[in-house]
Design a protein around this ligand. Structure first.
Ligand SMILES: *Cc1c(COP(=O)(O)O)cnc(C)c1O
Length: 397
């Protein structure tokens, strides 16, 4: 039977074949090993496995499962990481990566513009366990430098922020962080694993919510922590396997299928997002259009260097504020109102009243999340239908 020689092949081949483990039946599609436990040939084999489980030796699904392992190997190949640990959700990955390495007395520097639950971990949970957290403007390298200290153990940021699509300089932050010996943890969801070169650019740990582009079809929650084999197996695995945030085999199977098509999907979604951004730019009903692929984006050059693309997300500020933004959203016929992203279905979000409603008004103003701001996750529909839908809805705003 053909084994996984795809390890040495190019990305799209790896995404279809990488990490595949076949049973004695030679099944074509990856098997879904819906089992929580594994039977041993003998008592001695059980003993040996508890002393040290070798590769492809399993004990209990919270520790590892063949379908989950296939997903970990395939996403690690895509990212160019030595290893990965799959988690029950993106937040289990963020929390797991940080909690596994930090202890009371440690210091963390984070970028201020964060997904709400990431902000909650940094602002509410870590301090409760004696970890000191400093938040900075992630786009300002001087601010990072000023906040870093000899006792800074980790820095954490989203490489492209939500919902204002600021791009943070991974290489620049990593250089500063490594000077004090801090581990660079990057939440790379908006950048997507398709465009990411985060590890090459200096990140030590890369995190994805697999719920987003990796599934890309709205079916499941999942996450993954990627890094060196040493970090994943010695630091992350013990924490995750004993605290219960592991991925289910069913989820891993869905996500393996997602990985088969992620390159095609994300590139098509990006192409449409770029075309829409160009069509919307200068529209009289809009105050601004934010898309890292547009030449007027404040970090356009950085986005080109870091990702080589503008990504699948774009945001725009409707001039008439909340009432106009709501009128526009309600007039959409193809694009759905929801708060997910990275999906085959295009999704529009009003961050000020949903994903970012927990923030104070001052904080929203500081982050540029106005009452007219709409975030658009561009899907796989026909680009012309999307353009007609959005331009038609804007006429109502
Ligand atoms: C969605 C998201 C998460 C959390 O992922 P879940 O799978 O919903 O737990 C974390 N960070 C970013 C940037 C996200 O967009």
């Amino acid at each position: 039977m053909k084994d996984h020689k795809s390890q040495t092949r190019r990305t799209r081949t790896q995404l279809v074949h990488g990490g595949t483990k076949r049973s004695q039946w030679g099944e074509l599609s990856e098997a879904m090993f819906l089992t929580q436990g594994f039977a041993y040939d003998s008592a001695a084999q059980a003993e040996a496995r508890f002393i040290e489980a070798g590769e492809d030796e399993y004990i209990y699904a919270r520790y590892g499962n063949p379908t989950v392992r296939m997903f970990e190997e395939r996403i690690a190949l895509l990212e160019g990481a030595e290893d990965g640990f799959a988690t029950a959700s993106g937040m289990a990955a963020v929390n797991g990566a940080l909690a596994a390495m930090l202890k009371a007395g440690d210091h963390v520097v984070g970028a201020r513009a964060l997904f709400g639950s990431c902000l909650y971990i940094l602002e509410e949970i870590l301090p409760r366990y004696g970890v000191e957290v400093t938040l900075v403007d992630g786009t300002d390298l001087d601010a990072w430098e000023a906040a870093l200290r000899p006792d800074t153990k980790a820095v954490f940021f989203e490489s492209m922020s939500n919902p204002t699509l600021e791009v943070i300089d991974i290489e620049g932050v990593a250089k500063l962080a490594h000077k004090v010996g801090a581990t660079v943890v990057v939440d790379n969801v908006f950048s997507t694993p398709v465009y990411s070169k985060a590890l090459e650019q200096g990140a030590d740990v890369v995190i994805y919510s697999a719920t987003k582009h990796i599934d890309g079809q709205g079916r499941t929650l999942g996450g993954v922590i990627l890094g060196t084999r040493e970090f994943i197996r010695k630091t992350v695995e013990p924490y995750m396997k004993h605290t219960g945030g592991s991925m289910s085999p069913f989820t891993a199977w869905v996500l393996l299928k997602g990985l088969e098509t992620i390159d095609l999907r994300v590139r098509a979604q990006t192409e449409t997002a770029e075309a829409l951004a160009l069509r919307l730019k200068g529209h009289p009903a809009l105050r601004r259009v934010i898309y890292p692929g547009l030449a007027d984006h404040p970090q356009h050059d950085l986005a080109q260097r870091q990702l080589g693309a503008g990504g699948t997300m774009l945001s725009f500020d409707v001039a008439g504020g909340k009432a106009a933004a709501f009128a526009m959203l309600d007039a959409l016929e193809v694009v759905l109102i929801s708060n997910n992203l990275g999906d085959a279905k295009s999704i529009a979000t009003h961050p000020a009243t949903t994903t970012h409603s927990r923030l104070s008004e001052e904080m929203r103003a500081e982050l540029g999340i106005g009452d007219g701001l709409i975030r658009l996750s561009v899907g796989l529909e026909d680009p012309e239908d999307l353009a007609e839908d959005i331009l038609g809805a804007l006429a109502q705003a």
